[in-house]
Design a protein around this ligand. Structure first.
Ligand code: PHB
Length: 404
């Protein structure tokens, strides 16, 4: 067994853990990232790809923006389709200039891994964490196995960025945490296709056949989703069936063509809302999916993770420099305000756009009335646009790097 020490032990090398490590490294706070998968797996994991302006700013500020600025696609709006009609929301016009950037999470992760390794900062792949001990002491310890050896990492603080199924959450005793959850009676079938997107912007389609989303990764790669029943086997969806269904669900009275091409990946994603409170217990802090999950409609997951670790980096840097725990003490409350807003929005988008298996005609009419309202009312459209493009990170928080 070998024992090491660091200031901040970060469990999980997804976007939350990697970005936190980057922000801390730039401010001279030492940290170690432990990721139980290998690099190849982490760099391939498919997730959403919509970055809010605040996310773009933080990535740029910490030096992770070069490829995003070259390859990311800046979008000024989205299209809603319902009742065979189409309605575009113009984000800059509705929000006073806010936009989003289409740049896949896997690309963000690749950029952050490269930066971390180039800087010589510790990032251990294949490190399987068994337990986090001593959350309520001054010296929490992470126990893990790496390259066949049992190891311990003594830390001043432990941050769990290890997702919904991670171990860190369990370091918080049951009596001290509460989880709020909602499940949905449908999943998404997601595919990647080697074909240019059929529309310039994302299309969210409500239809009685179920929801469909037309998204993209690059000017030559489309990302497409269909609502499917829970427990669906992707093998039961041959390629032609997927294209036919996308076309039927996104159909409007104005003729429109869906470009078809070879599918290169196919998987089913569950939909879930979940929040664990508080996001801090003693010297253990939770960030990103380890603390909260949103259903993918609205693409808030990555943006919330970035917001959490931006707030957290500031707090850890303050503690390291001055000994003050003021920001750390506020961490959970600061983040949860944004988290619950995003939970509400993601849940709203999900339940407004999907058709539940037991949905009554009355409920369908309510959904259509809500979508009509968004199309007809500037207030309703602004509400959606502000939530979609994201609330700005709180004053002075957009750049923990600026405090360097
Ligand atoms: C995606 O491109 O993967 C995506 C985009 C928007 C969403 C969800 C997923 O709301």
């Amino acid at each position: 067994m070998s024992a090491q020490r660091t200031t901040v032990g970060i469990i999980g090398g997804g976007p939350a853990g990697l970005l936190l490590a980057r922000l801390l490294h730039l401010s001279g706070v030492d940290c170690v990232v432990l990721e139980h998968r290998d690099r190849e797996y982490v760099e391939r994991r498919q997730r959403a790809g919509i970055l809010e302006q605040g996310t773009v700013d933080v990535l740029r500020d910490c030096g992770a923006g070069a490829r995003m600025d070259r390859e990311g696609l800046v979008h000024d709006g989205i299209e809603l389709r319902f009742d065979r009609r189409s309605h575009r929301l113009d984000f800059p016009e509705l929000t006073g200039g806010r936009r989003v950037t289409v740049y896949a999470q896997t690309e963000v992760v690749k950029d952050l891994i490269a930066l971390q390794l180039d800087a010589g900062a510790p990032l251990r792949f294949g490190a399987r964490v068994h337990a986090v001990e001593g959350a309520d002491t001054d010296r929490p310890v992470i126990r893990y196995t790496h390259q066949g050896r049992e190891q311990t990492l003594g830390c001043d603080y432990v941050v769990g960025c290890d997702g919904f199924h991670g171990v860190t959450r369990h370091a918080v005793p049951e009596h001290a945490r509460r989880t709020y959850e909602r499940s949905y009676p449908y999943s998404w079938l997601g595919v990647l296709a080697d074909v240019p997107p059929s529309c310039d912007e994302l299309v969210y389609a409500h239809s009685e056949r179920g929801f469909a989303l037309l998204s993209m990764r690059t000017p030559t790669v489309s990302r497409l989703y269909l609502q499917v029943p829970n427990g669906t086997d992707p093998a039961s969806w041959p390629d032609d069936r997927i294209w036919d269904e996308l076309e039927a669900r996104a159909a409007t009275d104005t003729p429109w063509t869906l470009r078809r091409g070879p599918l290169t990946a196919k998987s089913v994603l569950p939909m879930r809302s979940s929040v664990t409170e508080p996001m801090r217990y003693g010297r253990v802090l939770l960030a990103g999916d380890a603390a909260h999950i949103v259903p993918p409609t609205g693409a808030k997951g990555l943006n919330l993770a970035v917001a959490d670790v931006t707030v957290l980096a500031r707090a850890l840097i303050q503690q390291h420099r001055t000994g003050s725990t003021e920001l750390l003490d506020a961490y959970s409350d600061t983040c949860l305000r944004r988290v619950w807003r995003a939970e509400h929005f993601s849940s709203f988008m999900t339940t407004t756009l999907h058709t539940a298996p037991d949905q009554s005609p009355f409920e369908t009419r309510l959904q259509l009335s809500q979508l009509d309202r968004i199309a007809d009312s500037r207030h309703a459209a602004t509400e959606l646009a502000e939530n979609y493009t994201g609330m700005p990170l709180t004053r002075g928080l957009s750049s923990p790097c600026a405090a360097r």
